[in-house]
Design a protein around this ligand. Structure first.
Ligand SMILES: *Cc1c(COP(=O)(O)O)cnc(C)c1O
Length: 363
């Protein structure tokens, strides 16, 4: 590991690709002859306009985003979207949500403030350890959209197959899986995510939304910032955006292009996650908490037989240079987040460390 860095398994903000951090370092004092750092630059300058335009163009290329979708860079993280979505997309005041873990649960609670929320399926009965069957949901005709969290960061479940929305608009929170594999954008009305999990620095959400869903007849009390139309009409420059995060995300998009795009990224991620899941499946001490078919490529929760032993393992991994393996406080146990930027060597090294712990413990 260069620079004395550690393998960081944090769920977010999370590890970044080193070549990107190095490029940022090199451009810190003087961005390409502009005489200033990007964080000192006017968002109305030509230089910044080029940064945001290129970021959007590269993202469009990576995800193959059709022309009838807008790409918006909005502050407030993914959490603000929990409110913006019902505020903007509830035309009839009715939406279907699927409850698969902590993040969809939060989105449901927020949406209830704005209209009728029908929870058409839930995996609460088994502590959100699987994705419920959504091939034949009961969806009222006048439902405005069907909402899913496509990768539950805390519970570690991911959708192996999208729900059958019966022709209704699908809205997906992809925060913790954004750009981890190819995505067929036209299957969705809207895709969004906070970028600090799998892309860049915190404080920015990217929204990819089909143009016909952007409305100009919202409740007049809707804050101007919270209308998608505001951001779409202004090219994400209605007010000062998170310039720094947009700049860094743009670098990550270029980095992903350079390694072969999302198909290549998916291969790497499958290969990498397999190292960890193979370990879990043969271990007598560590157990994965998610049904096999619904296991995430990005967030892997696992447990030992007791809280005490979990705590011992966390301390042991930390003393060996592996950071942030503690599970989320709401679920306990352990969690390894192995986003795009986590190298396979990091996962292999962690597995070796856990194997050592297990072997020593059984002596
Ligand atoms: C982290 C996360 C959020 C919340 O993101 P913020 O940017 O902190 O608001 C929402 N959904 C998912 C799936 C997440 O992982």
């Amino acid at each position: 590991m260069k620079y004395g860095r550690t393998y960081n398994f944090s769920a977010g903000p999370a590890t970044m690709p080193e070549p990107v951090l190095e490029e940022i370092r090199d451009e810190m004092m003087n961005y390409r002859g502009s005489g200033m750092c990007v964080m000192e630059m006017s968002h109305r300058s030509k230089v910044f306009q080029q940064i945001i335009d290129e970021a959007e163009a590269d993202l469009r290329e990576l995800m193959n985003i059709p022309d009838n979708y807008k790409v918006l860079f909005i502050q407030g993280g993914a959490t603000l979207q929990f409110a913006m979505i019902p505020m903007n997309l509830m035309k009839n005041g009715k939406a279907v949500y699927i409850e698969t873990g902590a993040w969809s649960k939060k989105a449901i609670a927020e949406a209830k403030k704005y209209g009728e929320v029908i929870v058409a399926a839930s995996s609460k009965d088994k502590n959100y350890s699987y994705i419920p069957d959504c091939s034949d949901l009961d969806i009222p005709e006048d439902t405005d959209y069907v909402y899913i969290c496509e990768n539950e960061t805390i519970h570690g479940v991911t959708w192996p197959k999208l729900p059958n929305t019966k022709g209704h608009v699908l809205v997906s929170d992809q925060s913790s899986m954004f750009l981890s594999k190819p995505c067929n954008v036209s299957d969705y009305g809207m895709i969004y995510g906070g970028v600090q999990k799998n892309i860049g620095p915190a404080g920015l959400a990217i929204v990819i939304i089909r143009e016909d869903l952007i409305r100009d007849d919202l409740d007049p009390k809707t804050p101007v910032y919270m209308s998608y139309k505001t951001h779409a009409d202004a090219g994400s420059l209605y007010n000062t955006p998170n310039c720094w995060a947009i700049y860094v995300c743009g670098k990550v998009f270029k980095y992903l292009k350079s390694i072969g795009g999302l198909a290549e990224m998916e291969k790497i991620n499958i290969d990498k996650a397999k190292v960890f899941y193979d370990f879990l499946d043969q271990s007598r001490m560590f157990v994965g908490t998610v049904r096999k078919e619904d296991r995430s490529l990005m967030n892997i929760p696992f447990v030992t037989e007791s809280k005490e032993l979990d705590a011992e393992v966390i301390a042991y991994t930390k003393s060996n240079g592996f950071e942030n393996l503690k599970g989320h406080k709401s679920v306990g146990g352990l969690r390894a987040s192995i986003y795009n930027a986590m190298p396979k060597e990091g996962v292999e090294a962690l597995v070796e460390c856990l194997k050592d712990f297990e072997a020593n413990h059984n002596k």
